[in-house]
Write a new protein. Sequence first.
Length: 340
Amino acid sequence: MSESKFYHFSAEGLFYGIGTLKEAVAASKEGGFVWFNFYQPSRKELNSLIDTIGIHPLSVEDCFDKEQVPKIEYFTNNTFILFNALSYTGKLLFIDEVNLFIGQNFLITVSGLNSETRKPLNDIAGIIENNPAKAKNGPAFLMHIVLDYLVDEKYKAFDGMENELEEAEESLLGNVEKFQPVQLIRLRKDLLNLRKSLYHEREILIKICRLDCPFVTEKAIVHYRDIYDHLAKFFELTESYREIETSLMELYTSLLNNLMTKMSNDTNSSVRRLTLIATIFMPLTLIASIGGMSEWSMMTGASNWRIAYPLFLLGMVVIAIINYYLIKRLERKGTSRTGE
């Protein structure tokens, strides 16, 4: 459901709300300029501005296309700008489109078309209503307030991503076994989307600052340069965060390899101990199987079992000890050769 609001900045410096779209269109011809603040408008509402205000039909189509990237397009009596609003909620990055049309006597903002719950320009109307002095200077100054608001909201998204990177680092260093790499993979995807958005938005501000847009006066350019500086800073932060994310992924891989190597070494040690025990008992098993209880009694005589069996056990112990030291000596020789 549309929650659009309309405002008239009169030539006398008055600022007041207008009830309907039709009245707002009429007020745009009375002097001053009109702000059409559309939220989730219908296609019919925007199409009605094609003939009354003169916006281009292709720009209306772009408003309803969710796959667009930030851009600026010039037409005869207006300039169309597509900007992105960022929000970071529940460790998820949301990118919403905000469309702007600026003309000689109007500014049109269109938001909420690709979001059912978030309002990218939720507070902007209240901000301007509480302090309309700057906006009264013209559509270019009003558009600066809107773009500046959207850029300021990006700070919150960057703060959220920075906190998540710090949490990921602490979690990784705390317990690599419980760490979930999918967290870093999602961050990488968000940072790529963010970088693409900021790159195009920075290009928009470059074109505005070099006076490519005829509806942004030289007097207003200094304000737009401030927005450009913020976007350039955000773009650099995106690159820094991507490097941190890459470093964390490499650290995770390294720690995981170390953990797997340790587990492999532990397994090898266990196998070596078992092999040593088995090797020691192999000759003893052979002797015991050849000269069992009955066979040994037959060889020594049944009456001598009190002496024969202890000697037999003692012999097996001696053989086991000799076996043990022989194996250890062979291991030491193998180790020394490997070292060389």
